[in-house]
Design a protein around this ligand. Structure first.
Ligand code: PLP
Length: 392
């Protein structure tokens, strides 16, 4: 890219912190740094900023402020949602339903629970990455205590029919005479999808601030009131005894600011990212032979592009793009560095070899049409160069 600039197309991995978010966080490091549990005025300022932030989050999610728990991010929210709800609910059974394409924060929590004697079933999606609600209906049983299914997949962007699945779960709960708790990981959905807990029909929902212009290391878990729930982290009793630990005040204030900025930006950002996404998808499909789009062609989040390029490996492609100042990802950022093929791509039927040839480009509202065209040209050049190289 000209002038030593770079093109960032890895917004599903993380986003830059919005300047207005940095600005509102600043005083809570150096001016109002009091512990929110303190009784003096400086500490009370910190406490009231948490209360204010909680209101902003609860308005956004359509829930009560008391149903919002601040956490250290998406990973903690997922762990707390899954383990906190099943530990609080073992008297109803030990069966959990999830999918084979969840983020590792969910999958590894489930593997841990299996070691502890819980039974977990992993439902497979179809070849577009969509979960069929009927498969959930067929596998749920009277011992099921939790269903956890992500709203938007972080690798291929497919949007799951959460409210349809919720209807099934409610029907089954009535049949069994106990609540089957429903959790969704909405970490990748916040910037683009409507995330109203009542419309979605979920009991638990995870958010992470750094995916939408907020700081890293802070997130939210929505916990519907009255659901059986056990804290994992105990101590000073913060967050209504559900997540002890001195609150990350600057982070919480920053998360709330990022949410309030989202609210007015959402429609224009959605349209812009979708336009660039489609330009990139069409460009790659038309200009590069033997490519396969991963994820549903239309039921996908507005900023996700994910392709497999037959005959090459994703790693050298990423390196070549990096060399041209383009930052992208193969599979999810959390698993890059590992040579394992993506569990999401193998779940939708890609062979391990084809899965290794994948590239994920995730667009942000600051990306431009010119950048998309530059990325396209570079991709055409790189894929053809890599395909022409002799294999060892
Ligand atoms: C779907 C999903 N869930 C959970 C996480 C983990 O969030 P965090 O990085 O805040 O721990 C991520 C991060 O990539 C994600 O994409």
């Amino acid at each position: 890219m000209e002038n030593n600039q770079y093109i960032y197309m890895d917004h599903a991995a993380t986003t830059s912190v919005h300047p207005e978010v940095v600005e509102v966080m600043q005083p809570y490091f150096s001016e109002y740094y009091g512990n929110p549990s303190g009784l003096y005025s400086m500490a009370q300022e910190a406490r009231s900023s948490i209360d204010q932030s909680r209101k902003i989050v609860s308005n956004f999610l359509g829930c009560r402020p008391s149903e919002v728990i601040f956490t250290s991010g998406g990973t903690e929210s997922d762990n707390l949602a899954i383990k906190g709800s099943v530990f609080g609910n073992t008297f109803n059974g030990k069966h959990i339903l999830t999918t084979s394409i969840e983020h590792h924060a969910v999958l590894n929590s489930c593997y841990q629970l299996e070691q502890m004697g819980f039974e977990v079933e992993y439902v497979n999606p179809n070849s577009d990455g969509l979960i069929n609600p009927q498969d959930i209906a067929d596998r749920i049983n009277e011992k099921t205590v939790l269903v956890t299914i992500m709203l938007v997949n972080n690798e291929i962007g497919t949007i799951q029919p959460i409210s349809k699945i919720s209807e099934i779960i409610k029907q089954k709960s009535n049949e069994y005479g106990h609540d089957v708790i429903f959790h969704t990981d909405a970490v990748q959905a916040i910037e683009f999808e409507e995330v109203d807990v009542k419309k979605l029909g979920v009991d638990l929902l995870s958010i992470s601030a750094h995916k939408f212009g907020g700081p890293k290391g802070v997130g939210v878990l929505y916990v519907r009131r009255n659901i059986p729930f056990e804290a994992l982290q105990v101590g000073g009793g913060q967050e209504r005894e559900r997540r002890s630990g001195t609150e990350n005040v600057p982070g919480i204030v920053g998360l709330a600011k990022a949410i309030s900025l989202l609210d007015y930006r959402k429609q224009s950002s959605k349209k812009h990212c979708r336009f660039l996404r489609d330009r990139l998808i069409q460009g790659i499909s038309n200009k590069i032979p033997d490519t396969i789009l991963n994820g549903h062609p239309t039921i996908r989040v507005d900023n996700n592009v994910n392709f497999c390029f037959e005959g090459i490996e994703g790693e050298p492609l990423l390196v070549g793009l990096d060399f041209s100042g383009i930052f992208a990802s193969s599979g999810s950022a959390c698993s890059s560095g590992s040579l394992e093929p993506s569990h999401v791509l193998t779940s939708i039927g890609r062979s391990p070899q084809l899965a290794q040839s994948s590239l994920r480009l995730t667009i942000g509202h600051n990306n431009t049409e010119k950048e998309v065209d530059f990325v396209l040209d570079k991709l055409v050049e790189l894929v053809s160069k890599l395909r022409s190289m002799p294999t060892l």
